[in-house]
Design a protein around this ligand. Structure first.
Ligand code: NAP
Length: 504
């Protein structure tokens, strides 16, 4: 899909243009992509699980073949280290292969049967069979902070293709070259599997209008998004204002609160300080699961913990952020926060890259400044010093929705932990115990979501096997003759689909 207007990627480490020109797609390109996706949607929805399984493996294989090229380009465009990008590519291919297994496993289909009872009084009971089917063409927004695992062939694309939905990706303008190489790998896999190219399209560009046109397009039936609260909320509102509103699965922002209970603090303060520093600085703090607030109880042990954290912050080496815009946001927002009353600041003074920042505050000041819960994307975090464990419970009741909530506790802390846990269930999609929230397992039980603003759809997850359900909707077939039913619901069960019959 060509256009005459092009743009170049910027290397965030040098702030210079990189080689390569990428098309600035426009509304007309959106229309072509969505119409083509719509044209193949029905046939793609009806492909067998085996065909979709083979496609997902073919994409993973194709990405593996291009590993070196992909990682080299992603490094230039994101300033992320090679080891991290290699790991991220492995995670991306593992996600594709996981969804291949999910499709074959059949649970996503949720085949449910109610047997007929013609003798039932006062009215006969009909035969009803239900299954999930693909929604149709979906849009996926590539994320800046995961140029591979949450971008062009990332988790949203993998789960949507597994569900049987054609995908239109709006690539993130920070890494167009990476997106382009990955899109070519997907195109190659589609060709090898003799499937139409229109099942996947990458649109690129640097204007808000492009993303808005994708969300507004009448043939797009759902959206997956990872990014800022501001951008995500604007697009969510647009999706709801359409003549036909559509589901918008936005993963927006989270503070990922951590509670270190006194017994654990007493026994582990040095280790906890080291782990906290690693977690908050990981990827230059550009993780949606970064621990942005840590609650501790006042006392000698937490003082030692804080001394170690302050020292680690002061000595921390600077890292380059993903884009100049993200760097500007980080510096502006963290400097503004530093000027607010009630916070003390410790920061590093790196020769290169951005400083890491630790804020400390009291429970009272924290309570009076709910705006401190807002995400600042980058290597900063706040420690809230509470007078008592009771105060920790009280503050846990005032938290905004979050992707994760963490408890560090030894056995002596269990009575307090037991009271804290149900409070944290109210606010988070994932409860972490004696570990740190960064690092999300891609697996069957994982939940990466939570109440707003963690997610615009708190009943869903954007990571793990369940993510496939975002792209499906249920259809019930009442009294439809066996010969006319979809194969998966036929009495003889030729596809060997797992079924629930009359509630069993
Ligand atoms: P972003 O600004 O939310 O952008 C994400 C995507 O949405 C881009 O493709 C962007 O495209 C598009 N977009 C943003 N605002 C839009 C609007 N009003 N209308 C239409 N499209 C819009 O996120 P970002 O560029 O990755 O980083 C900016 C900030 O987002 C960070 O500083 C951070 O606060 C936050 N962030 C959070 C997470 C997280 O996991 N929680 C991850 C990444 C970023 P265009 O820019 O081309 O329009």
């Amino acid at each position: 899909m060509e256009t005459t207007i092009k743009f170049a990627a910027i290397n965030p480490a040098t702030e210079q243009e990189l080689t390569g020109q990428f098309p600035q797609h426009n509304e007309q390109n959106v229309d072509l992509a969505a119409a083509a996706a719509n044209e193949v949607a029905k046939a793609y929805r009806q492909t067998t699980p085996q065909q979709r399984h083979d496609l997902l493996h073919a994409i993973a294989d194709s990405l593996e073949e291009a590993r070196e090229t992909i990682v080299a380009r992603a490094k230039l465009e994101s300033a992320l280290p090679e080891a991290r990008l290699n790991g991220e590519l492995s995670r991306t291919t593992a996600q594709l292969r996981l969804f291949a297994s999910v499709v074959m496993g059949g649970l996503w289909q949720e085949a449910v049967f109610d047997s007929a009872n013609p003798q039932r009084e006062p009215l006969p009971k009909p035969d009803i069979r239900r299954q999930n089917i693909a929604l149709g063409p979906v849009a996926v927004f590539g994320a800046s902070n995961f140029p591979l695992a949450f971008s062009t062939a990332g988790g949203d694309t993998a789960s949507a293709l597994a569900a049987g939905c054609p995908v239109v990706v709006k690539g993130h303008p920070a890494h167009p070259g990476t997106s382009d190489i990955v899109a070519k790998c997907i195109a190659k896999a589609l060709k090898n599997q003799a499937l139409p190219q229109a099942i996947f399209t990458l649109l690129q560009g640097t204007s808000h209008e492009l993303g808005q046109a994708v969300v507004k397009h009448p043939m797009i039936k759902a959206v997956g998004f990872t990014g800022s609260i501001h951008g995500g909320r604007a697009l969510f509102d647009l999706a709801q204002q359409r003549p036909e509103p559509i589901p918008f699965f936005g993963e927006l922002g989270a503070s990922n609160p951590v509670f270190i209970l006194p017994g654990r603090m007493k026994n582990q303060h040095q280790t906890l300080a080291e782990e906290y520093l690693l977690s908050m600085n990981m990827g230059c703090g550009q993780f949606c699961t970064k621990p942005a607030v840590v609650f501790v109880e006042k006392g000698e042990n937490s003082s030692q913990f804080l001394n170690a954290v302050r020292q680690g912050i002061e000595n921390h080496q600077g890292q380059t952020m993903l884009t100049s815009g993200i760097k500007r946001n980080y510096l502006e927002q963290s400097e503004k926060r530093a000027q607010q009353k009630g916070l003390s600041l410790t920061q590093s003074t790196p020769d290169q890259g951005v400083p890491s920042k630790l804020f400390e505050t009291t429970s009272e000041a924290w309570r009076n400044n709910p705006q401190w819960q807002e995400e600042i994307f980058g290597p900063q975090s706040v420690v809230v010093i509470c007078e008592t464990g009771e105060e920790m419970i009280a503050l846990s009741q005032e938290l905004a929705g979050s992707l994760t909530a963490t408890i560090h506790a030894d056995e002596a802390d269990y009575p307090l932990a037991k009271r804290l846990l149900p409070e944290l269930e109210e606010v988070a999609g994932r409860i972490v115990f004696n570990a740190w929230p960064t690092g999300v397992e891609v697996s069957y039980a994982m939940v990466h979501g939570g109440p707003y603003p963690a997610s615009t759809m708190p009943a869903s997850t954007s990571v793990g096997a369940e993510a496939i359900k975002r792209w499906l909707r249920p259809v019930a077939y009442q009294s439809v003759p066996d010969a006319l039913l979809p194969t998966s619901l036929q009495q003889a069960n030729p596809l060997n689909v797992r079924r629930s019959v009359d509630g069993k």
